[in-house]
Design a protein around this ligand. Structure first.
Ligand SMILES: [Fe+2]
Length: 386
């Protein structure tokens, strides 16, 4: 098997790396960036950490700060309009997954014309657009290194996956010092999202020896530090490990795909507005229990990488420890069941057939070690409701 790996051309990783933004621009031959971010980055002073550097280097820049969580075509279109009205030569995306996904979509659309839906999977993106320099401020989505962007079609209320080399940032600046201010809940949710990326990339049918390495490293870092990052938000060691783990998990799933957890998580997010990492967490233990018999050794490796099973321990015992740990993690991180989250039982059960068909249509369950039927997906949704 030949693995095809897509990654940014440049990565700056470490505390204070945000200062390298001018170096990244210079190396990419750019000098007139449009910064894509959100209002919170502006008001909290994080944006100034970027613009102070640009000013010191004498660069001209402007800011598009209208990005929203779960980015929409409406916002992307407004961003493209601003991009076309100026003489920009790069996009600097600053924030969580949403500003980064918005900047990627702006680059695609500005270079290729038409509407965002013209490029949704399985359509190809003909031209690679303006370079994106991604600066994540959460340790979570991994969007700074992935070849995906997810944009909601404002007219049809559909979450569209857009995928290809044109969606991969040209550079990523991974600076854990930007994550110290993340609140407890966000740290927990984005951390579990990253752990899920790494586990799913490792057990995926599309895994390769390259993605296995970064996935194992990510699992090890995240599992050992997620509780500390929540409990001691100023811990440099915990924040650094979580940030590196999130980026490595991004490299893993960008090139090996995600599986059933993400497939089933998206409909919960879309219908009940549960944050992405939290809906993953609600599903992760039960779906791991469902899937493990089909790939016992792979899941046992996850337990070993996470440090909850000894290297010499048998696969069956290691998988039992993995399940115990995932359940304990949900307890420690106060992950509610869908019921405890306040999701109405009747509406949840009415929607299950549609949620199951959307999960299957996303393609992610097809990468799972155990490929479920629609009825099995419904049964899993029922089991986690509680
Ligand atoms: Fe995710």
């Amino acid at each position: 098997m030949i693995a095809t790996i897509t990654m940014p051309r440049l990565l700056y990783i470490g505390g204070g790396a945000v200062a390298e933004v001018t170096m990244a621009l210079a190396r990419l031959g750019a000098a007139r960036p449009l910064i894509v971010t959100d209002r919170f980055m502006e008001s909290s002073g994080t944006l100034a950490k970027v613009t102070d550097r640009l000013d010191a280097a004498g660069l001209t820049w402007r800011v598009f700060s209208d990005t929203v969580p779960d980015p929409t075509t409406e916002v992307v279109d407004a961003g493209v309009e601003m991009l076309k009205a100026g003489h920009y030569d790069a996009l600097v995306a600053l924030g969580g997954g949403s500003p980064i996904d918005t900047a990627k979509a702006m680059s695609v659309l500005a270079a290729n014309g038409g509407a965002m839906r013209d490029y949704k999977v399985p359509h190809e993106i003909p031209t690679i657009g303006m370079p994106v320099i991604a600066i994540p401020t959460t340790a979570g989505t991994g969007s700074e290194v992935t070849r995906f962007t997810v944009i909601t079609d404002s007219e049809r209320d559909e979450k569209m996956l857009i995928m290809g080399l044109a969606c991969c940032p040209a550079a990523a600046i991974v600076d854990y010092e930007l994550t110290f201010t993340m609140p407890w809940r966000l740290t927990a949710d984005t951390g579990i999202d990253s752990l899920t990326h790494a586990i799913e990339a490792y057990v995926s049918r599309k895994a390769s020896p390259f993605t296995d390495g970064v996935a194992r490293s990510a699992m090890s870092l995240i599992a050992r530090h997620i509780r500390d990052a929540c409990r001691a938000p100023d811990s440099r060691a915990a924040r650094e490990a979580m940030m590196l783990g999130a980026t490595q998990a991004g490299m893993a799933f960008s090139n090996a795909s995600v599986c059933l957890v993400h497939g089933m998580s998206r409909p919960i997010g879309a219908f009940f507005h549960v944050p992405h990492g939290l809906s993953n967490a609600m599903l992760l233990p039960e779906i791991t229990a469902f899937s493990a018999p089909a790939a016992l050794e792979r899941y046992a490796d996850c337990a070993r990488a996470m440090g909850v099973a000894a290297e010499g321990e048998g696969n069956q015992a290691a998988v039992a420890r993995l399940l115990d740990e995932l359940r304990a993690l949900n307890d420690d991180l106060k992950v509610p069941t869908p019921k405890a989250y306040g999701i109405d039982a009747q509406r949840y059960h009415e929607l299950l057939p549609m949620m199951a068909s959307q999960a299957l249509a996303s393609g992610s369950p097809g990468n799972n070690p155990r490929i479920p039927s629609a009825d099995e997906i419904i049964a899993l949704y029922e089991r986690v409701y509680a």
